[in-house]
Design a protein around this ligand. Structure first.
Ligand code: SF4
Ligand code: FES
Length: 239
């Protein structure tokens, strides 16, 4: 077909429709080891984390494969020393600023790329109090890598609810509600999609979080039952 594009990825020739991303073209060529962090199959790609970079012959800079598109005759390399160094540095920077203890996939990348956890000893980690303001989920932005997935599924990628966005700038940037309102005062419908796409445990079901804090099942149920159900008057037999 005239709209198809043929390129070479890691010496494998592959033909894909024009407009295909390098990540998807690589998958079609049977190369499924390009690491991604901010990318999600059901979210719009923004190329934020740069973990998925690849080397394209003739290109001065590395190209994020989740947003970079194929072109005819391209020669792409997914695992060169330069690519590996770049991915390792990204992991080291993330690790220096964010609590990644609840991000198993990123932990695996750290091992795979031999990231040095002590490489940036003077770095200031992002610290935020855990926000526990509703019965459904808690938010711990010390664990947030600003991948943007939760904002996107809350907006045009899925729910069209627009309960969350970002606030602050630069190092102070964080995911937030509008005017930093508690979640119950926002448009949030508690669909849970943001929690489902969060890759780092920054958003966590409240019941899971309470269990991790050592609460008993009864305490968990009591603390997460809605106010309405808790206050429902009992209807006695015969009434
Ligand atoms: S809270 Fe989770 S999904 Fe949202 S930006 Fe942070 S890491 Fe990504
Ligand atoms: S996965 Fe491609 S830039 Fe984050």
């Amino acid at each position: 077909m005239s709209d198809d594009v043929t390129l070479t990825i890691d010496d494998i020739q592959v033909t894909v429709p024009a407009g295909t991303t390098l990540l998807k073209a690589a998958e079609q060529a049977g190369i499924d080891n390009i690491p991604t962090i901010c990318y999600h199959d059901y979210c719009t790609s923004n190329g934020l984390c740069r973990m998925c970079v690849v080397e394209v012959e003739g290109s001065r800079t590395l190209v994020p494969s989740c947003v970079g598109k194929v072109s005819a005759g391209m020669k792409v390399h997914t695992r060169t020393p330069r690519v590996e160094r770049s991915r390792r540095t990204i992991l080291e920077m993330l690790n220096s600023a964010v609590d990644l203890s609840d991000a198993p996939e990123i932990q695996e990348f750290m091992t795979e790329y031999a990231a040095d956890r002590e490489r940036l000893p003077g770095a200031r980690p992002r610290e935020h109090p855990v926000l526990d303001d509703n019965p459904m989920y808690v938010r711990d932005y010390s664990k947030c890598i600003l991948c943007w997935r939760c904002v996107q599924v809350c907006a045009e990628d899925a729910q069209y609810t627009y309960a969350i966005n970002f606030s602050g700038r630069g190092f102070q940037t964080q995911i937030d509600t509008f005017f930093q309102k508690p979640m119950l005062e926002t448009t949030c419908v508690f669909c849970g999609q943001c929690v489902a796409v969060c890759p780092t445990g920054a958003l966590k079901p409240k019941r899971q979080w309470l269990l991790e804090q050592g609460a008993s099942i009864d305490e968990v149920m009591d603390m997460t039952r809605s106010e309405r159900r808790r206050k429902k008057p009992r209807i006695e037999a015969g009434e």
